[in-house]
Design a protein around this ligand. Structure first.
Ligand code: AHR
Length: 513
């Protein structure tokens, strides 16, 4: 009987290679890399309604808040377990002078937010507000320094203001006067942003020298060895940028090199966030799946100069980018979020998980009300987007041990073009439980996935799924819970064979216990 069931299982598994074609092979006894929780990071820029109205409504607001930070946002982001939050930009960071945003609020000068609609920035949300908010969210701050229009002394002072221990020296004294005696913990520092563009239109060679100058004065005092310095990185396939930085910056000055990639079909014709046809969806996914190629190729360059993988690749801006919602300010980058975005999130996070030996950190752009957000707000209302739900389902991978896998997928075909329908990643958490995340991007066809789990001793499988009847569906303020994860019951485990039927455009996370 026992022998018979083994041979039947084997038959079905082998048959799946011949007929069904989606196979995933995992070896539970392999794998030494950890999926850093920081891959699941977020980004908050002074842009549109991300900070004001999104995170921060001020102490006097009718909207329930803690020191001006929305309570509903705190609750949602804590549940998401956000590991880090990048601030204050983006392009805004290279125009920001942090000293304008500390001290008595009424004495803080205003500035013009030139990148994002020339709005008046009153600096009421500054360094103290941000770092205290990070403590509230139980997340690590990632401060992006002003290199484009700032001076090395400004960044050096910012490091001292935020992290230098008490003592009578100007920056800690100023911090204490502003109500905070003990330093915050700030490990992650960006030295500029998009230095090839809004961060100063520099060449890679020029930026390399500027980087070294800024990096030197950030750490020219004791007690801050823990600082993690992130160089402004390439956009998409600008491999020369990564090569120049890796070749010319001494490794003891460089913790990480960044990379930005947005899934945008055409910068001049981005298309609407909720109204799109299958062809447009396919094009978006073509762009999103390029992340795999970019990460692989930038990593290969880094391997040449850093074979021990001491320098991290930090994808500190990623996500879908569409036209703004009709009737909203074009500079505020406010867009809705559909199952298409869930597909971008699921496949991109699988890529990061699978490349966790080099990708140690990433930041979705952006957390609230801007681009591919996890939260949208309208006055006192809040929506958790499909992207939020994917990130919540995937947070089981945070700091878990990656399980290497081989995916063999059906094609998802539209017209004469094709993409791989199935993407996957897997990990083992600190309790020894295994999680497998699967995405089927095919807009029309379910995918049967046959998994060979080598070394399996688990007896039970459970799962959650995010899907919907239409790819274009989204959570609205009128119907905020249209899309939420539900139980997934279409997986069967038998010895080393696990099979699952994944509906079109859905994300599934399985747990083996
Ligand atoms: O996320 C929006 C903008 O996109 C950022 O400010 C910039 O870094 C990028 O070009």
């Amino acid at each position: 009987m026992f022998k018979k069931s083994i041979s039947i299982n084997l038959f079905f598994f082998l048959a799946s290679f011949v007929f069904a074609q989606n196979t995933v092979t995992l070896n539970l006894n392999q794998g030494s890399d950890t999926i850093s929780k920081h891959i699941y990071g977020h980004f908050a820029e002074h842009l549109g309604r991300c900070i004001y109205g999104g995170f921060y409504v001020g102490e006097g607001s009718k909207i329930p808040n803690i020191n001006g930070v929305r309570k509903d946002v705190v609750e949602a982001l804590r549940k998401l377990k956000i590991p880090n939050l990048r601030w204050p930009g983006g392009c805004f960071a290279d125009t920001y002078h942090w000293k304008d945003g500390v001290g008595e609020k009424k004495s803080r000068p205003s500035m013009l937010n030139v990148w994002w609609g020339n709005t008046r920035e009153d600096n009421s949300f500054g360094t103290n507000e941000f770092l205290n908010m990070c403590e509230l969210l139980n997340t690590e701050p990632y401060l992006s320094g002003n290199v484009g229009s700032g001076a090395p002394s400004e960044l050096s002072d910012w490091v001292k203001y935020t992290t230098h221990p008490n003592g009578s020296s100007p920056m800690p004294d100023m911090r204490e006067k502003n109500g905070r005696a003990t330093p915050w913990k700030v490990k992650f520092w960006g030295i500029g942003n998009e230095a090839w563009g809004c961060g100063g239109n520099m060449t890679a060679e020029y930026y390399t020298n500027i980087y070294k100058q800024f990096a030197t004065y950030m750490t020219s005092w004791s007690n801050n060895e823990g600082i993690f310095r992130i160089a402004s990185g390439a956009s998409d396939d600008d491999y020369n940028w990564t090569e120049t930085l890796m070749k010319n910056i001494p490794k003891n000055m460089l913790s990480a090199v960044a990379l930005h990639h947005y899934s945008v079909i055409d910068w001049n014709k981005k298309g609407a966030s909720t109204e799109f046809d299958e062809e447009t969806y396919f094009k978006t996914m073509q762009k999103a799946l390029l992340m795999e190629e970019y990460v692989t190729k930038h990593s290969a360059i880094m391997d040449k100069y850093d074979p021990q993988k001491k320098v991290a690749l930090v994808v500190d801006e990623w996500g879908g980018w569409y036209d703004v919602e009709p009737g909203t300010n074009g500079a505020f980058l406010y867009q809705q979020n559909t199952m298409r975005d869930a597909m971008i999130a699921g496949t991109t996070l699988n890529t990061f998980n699978n490349h966790c030996d080099r990708v140690k950190m990433a930041n979705l752009a952006q957390a609230i009300n801007v681009l591919q957000s996890v939260i949208l707000t309208r006055d006192e209302k809040i929506i958790l987007t499909p992207t939020y739900h994917v990130m919540e389902m995937y947070n089981v991978h945070q700091d878990a041990q990656k399980i290497p896998l081989i995916v063999c997928s059906n094609d998802y075909i539209v017209g004469s073009e094709k993409l791989k329908a199935v993407s996957a990643s897997a990990s083992k958490d600190k309790n020894g439980f295994v999680h497998i995340s699967l995405v089927n991007i095919d807009a029309k066809n379910s995918q049967t996935v046959s998994m060979m789990i080598k070394g399996n001793t688990f007896k039970s499988v459970s799962g959650r799924i995010l899907t919907s009847e239409k790819l274009q569906n989204y959570n609205s303020f009128e119907n905020p819970n249209k899309l939420t994860p539900t139980l997934f019951t279409n997986a069967k485990l038998s010895n080393e064979n696990l099979s699952a039927i994944i509906p079109p455009f859905s994300v599934v996370v399985l747990e083996l216990k």
